[in-house]
Write a protein that binds this ligand. Sequence first.
Ligand code: FAD
Length: 426
Amino acid sequence: KGEVDDCSCTVDSVDSFNNLKIYPRLQSLLDKDYFKFFKVNLNKGCPFWGDDSGCVLKDCHVSECREDQLPDGIKKADSFHKYARESQKTSNCDDNKGSLGKLDHTISTENKEAFESWQKHDEAQDNFCELDDDNSDSCQYVNLLLNPERYTGYGGFSAHRVWSSVYEENCFKTEAADYTSFIQKKNIGANLSDKRSDMCLEKRVFYRMISGLHTSINTHLTAMWQFKDHFANTITWGPNLAEFKRRFNPETTNGEGPQRLKNLYFTYLVELRALAKAAPYLKKELYYTGNDKEDKEVRQAISDFLDIVNSFEDHFDETKLFKGDSRKAAKLKDEFKLHFRNISKIMDCVGCDKCRLWGKLQVQGMGTALKILFSGDDPGPNSTLDASKKNRFQMRRTEIVSLLNAFGRLSKSIHEINNFRKLLDQ
Ligand code: FAD
């Protein structure tokens, strides 16, 4: 209850906006082919410590999508990207000119020259997140609807090490020593309120976004908990109210639980604002899968959805961040970016395939939101940067898919919290 803090709106207003207007529309959008196929590399390996996964838990398994299960348009776009990059490596051949059809509007309407500059831009783009290399043979398509985020049994040392490392990235230099010794006490989130109130806005935003993501993941696993009936030998999935209370009650969390829930609302508001800002760009995307009827429906549904996003009155104000002395602000932004990139790398250390899949997707979606808010340019037609100095703001399909799905996760979490509230009332 109460204010979300660092934003000018209340938990109640977000609840009613999300549960009535956003959640139902977004979930039906995410069922569409364009959004349900996500390309990801789950085999990169952890760059920070040895593999401790083993991933023997049955519920951690991710079922891959075979090529013949993919929509034609997505397959073609993929082979175009591969072809364009490979032909660029070997020759200056221009064979692909004019043969792109309706692949992806960021490249389809342009020629090879535009593709090259787009690619350079992509590489030079100061992303907040490490994107997987689409061309790697280790990348696979996953149908997200067939691999729902839910309880998997992952936890213990491996999960705690990941969360500790993620929070460690939150401390920009000066707080590092304090924070590390704090984490060593294996009490990651507690007693941090005092420290956080001293933090500057940017660092607080960073912390709250990570904590909000953590809340969201833990809400999903408690809302889709696995109940085993050993006598009947059956498994059912549903909300586990006792587990939800254990994770968020003030008594069991050193008073931190309610603030952790608020951090979810905060993260939701940041990503909501990113969607509003990117709306002109997202409205121009073709969402091409090769199924004309569905693609048209998706374009219409996206447009309607973004109008609703824009109708929210109390958007998060990103212009308050990275202000003041321009050199200091730029340095802080670079640090922010670096730390966030590290978090995206840490996701390769998650020792459960299913959790890694959703962790990577949600961090990439969050990174895309940060890029929209803080790259210093307006997306799409409103791009103000001179193309000769720097290419215009663009997003790859993987960024759009992760942005919408990541926001979909936050939206569903808020919806689930509402269900838990009803269960508590009962
Ligand atoms: P954890 O959630 O592991 O938290 C560790 C400590 O962090 C807590 O003791 C507390 O001090 C602090 N903390 C907890 N929540 C917050 C918060 N919101 N903000 C700040 N500090 C906090 N499990 C599944 O079953 N399904 C999944 O899909 C899944 N996905 C995961 C994805 C990632 C990226 C990671 C790292 C883990 C995932 N897990 C998943 C595991 C899950 O998040 C928990 O780690 C696990 O359930 C064990 O919970 P825990 O009670 O030990 O506390």
